[in-house]
Unconditional design. Sequence first.
Length: 109
Amino acid sequence: MNAERLAHLLAFLKEEPNDPFTLYAIATEYSTQNPEQARLYYEQLLNEHPDYVATYYHAAKLYQNAGETDLAEATYKKGIAVAQLQNDSLALRELQNAYNEFLFEEEDE
């Protein structure tokens, strides 16, 4: 986590508290060292900006890493549906690949 970058992002958030990109960037900064804080921002995005497709991959991975497999699976599926609606082939491919990998890992356990 880059503390200086995070400080800048938090300042941007004060200026525009509803900007999905800033929320996403903050969540991503927190994701490696403070997953609980990242989760708060990802869930805010999922609730307030459900069309922000980039959130789904990272939120699902966070849930998966926390052992919340049902929530991870639901998040992958929702993200795939959003990507399809938006005709976002890159996001769709990334989400489908991550979901398939998730399913494969779940079968092994």
